[in-house]
Design a protein. Structure first.
Length: 377
């Protein structure tokens, strides 16, 4: 049975890139039908500039317990491919259905208040749900879930911005800059998307991630389901308030009022939570390193560098100079898995204790893939 599962894994990882490529191309085709393929390229280019600092910010949060590179990339790709593609078509279908049943006046309110927030937050959050079900060991706490969520949200923004940036740029160029309304629309779009809400989709799905992070380290179905549902509902409500303020309200300044009164406080609160969790994660790893030495999981020479990001970086750099990049990547993997074990030993919840045998096996496997002389830089 175990051999069958291992044989099936490569097939799944072949299917995933095909699905991701097909849905991403489908999204680009749909956007190009609205503004033309050239303006999609321009929008994506500007979008790449906007999302890059946000990506780097989430990767910085991820430095103590680095997620697997393949999973981090998959989170971004999920948001940019399946989540974006399915959102486009699901929203269009549901909007047409509401218009046909209740009329366009009702549809004008239902779409921003219900259809858009529900479809987008559920579809972005499905990647976290997959992690929770099939890769739960990778989520050692809320911060890990926030990082994966943030990358999924950035991927979604990357595709969405191709339309939001491309359309006003197209209208300005086509008017030769003579249309003051088009120039103003471009300015407002750039200000909002670059200065005000480059983090919007990441923030929304990160709220769901808080529930997922809590659920990942709890026992029992009810104890896991409830936080996920509460986190998702909070994200949907907040998203709905934002879309209603920007699209359905008659007050043209309401979106700025909601931004100052709601979005900024929520963003700042999430920012502080992430920083606190990052610092706490570092403390747990530093404390847990001593326990790992006593239990024989790591050597005493490895304990000190494991508890310092600067020492870890020097460790990998030294290995890279001596043995090459593959060896440095193996050390990075070993550092990450040993950190996960240290976190679970230090925190010591019942769910953490359930994971200890498996996590110890993974640490031993990572160590065996990295010759001992390479571990002490």
């Amino acid at each position: 049975m175990e051999n069958e599962k291992r044989a099936d894994r490569p097939r799944r990882w072949i299917i995933w890139p095909i699905v991701a490529a097909a849905t991403m191309i489908g999204s680009v085709i749909w956007v190009s039908s609205q503004i033309g393929i050239g303006w999609v390229g321009a929008g994506l280019s500007l979008s790449a500039v906007v999302v890059t600092p946000v990506i780097l910010a989430f990767l910085w949060l991820n430095r103590w317990h680095r997620g697997r590179p393949g999973l981090l990339v998959s989170a971004f790709v999920w948001g940019a491919s399946v989540a974006a593609f399915c959102s486009i078509w699901t929203q269009a279908w549901l909007h047409d259905l509401v218009n046909a049943i209740w009329g366009a006046d009702v549809g004008e309110w239902v779409r921003p208040l219900m259809i858009t927030p529900v479809t987008e937050e559920v579809l972005k959050g499905l990647f976290l749900l997959w992690l929770l079900i099939y890769r739960r060991r990778e989520i050692t706490g809320v911060l890990d879930a926030i990082v994966y969520a943030g990358l999924a949200g950035i991927g979604f923004s990357f595709i969405e911005n191709s339309l939001y940036f491309g359309r006003p740029m197209m209208e300005v160029i086509q008017s030769g800059g003579a249309d003051a309304g088009a120039v103003a629309a471009l300015g407002v779009t750039l200000f909002m998307r670059i200065a005000m809400v480059p983090f919007f989709h990441s923030l929304m799905v990160a709220i769901t991630a808080i529930g997922v992070g809590i659920a990942a380290n709890r026992r029992g179905t009810a104890a896991r389901v409830l936080p996920v549902i509460l986190g998702l509902l909070a994200a949907i409500v907040l998203h709905g308030i934002w879309d209603w303020a920007g699209l359905a309200s008659s007050d043209q300044y309401l979106i700025f009022k909601v931004y100052g009164a709601v979005m900024v406080p929520v963003f700042l609160a999430m920012f502080v939570v992430a920083l606190v969790l990052r610092r706490r994660q570092g403390r747990m790893i530093a404390e847990g390193a001593a326990i790992l030495v006593r239990s024989g999981d790591i050597t005493s020479e490895e304990a000190t560098p494991l508890g310092s990001l600067r020492a870890r970086r020097r460790w990998r750099a030294d290995i890279r100079r001596r043995s090459g990049r593959p060896a440095a990547r193996a050390v990075a993997r070993y550092q990450s898995e040993a950190s996960a074990l240290a976190i679970r030993l230090t925190r010591g919840t019942s769910a953490d204790r359930d994971w200890l045998p498996e996590q110890r096996r993974v640490v031993a496997s990572a160590r065996s893939d990295t010759p001992v002389e390479r571990l002490v830089g």
